[in-house]
Write a protein that binds this ligand. Sequence first.
Ligand code: MTE
Ligand code: MO
Length: 196
Amino acid sequence: MSFITRGFSGRGRDRDPRLPPGQTLVEDWPVLSAGPTPDIDPADWEFVVATENGRHTWNWDEMHALGVEDITVDIHCVTHWSKLEMAWRGVPLDKIFENVETSYDYVMAHSYGGYTTNVPLDELLDGQAWIAFEADGEPLTPEHGGPARLLVPHLYFWKSAKWVRGLVMMPSDDPGFWEQNGYNLHGDPWAEERYW
Ligand SMILES: Nc1nc2c(c(=O)[nH]1)N[C@H]1C(S)=C(S)[C@@H](COP(=O)(O)O)O[C@H]1N2
Ligand SMILES: [Mo]
């Protein structure tokens, strides 16, 4: 007799509908970092948005003062794991871009440590992306990107740059670190945009 628990990443009608194709549920939270984990004190943390018109900067308190939200989202890693209904806390990118004038349509996210990833600006707005400080009720640990990371849950998780330090506006969709190394320029998990 076969028995399949609802929510298990089975096939066909037993598959959790929140799970994109080719993904498997995990209960733990894997750590995936391309380099060493930087040690950043929130007191030294600074976030920069650079546009064709100049630079805007926010320190830790100024960023929080923009307005922190609690959100519950699913995350999907290109290495085939997904984690459902994670509780996150952060500032929506909409609040940041209320203060930014740009005619450029693309963004390169830059991290402390040198990681980069590209995202179209319109995929960071309308409640689709956050500068996140907490996950599951705790400050983000350094290995998960603390003190602050980008969170773009509708795209594969490599777009959610850990230790984010700023965004550089670009006129064209130039590839970031993984995108130069074979990952898809866009990365929609529902369309399985994994690689080139
Ligand atoms: N700065 C930085 N951000 C990064 C990465 C990285 O190596 N460096 N890896 C990416 C990848 S491939 C994934 S799947 C997630 C992993 O986040 P986690 O370690 O918190 O699970 O972070 C993304 N953001
Ligand atoms: Mo990943």
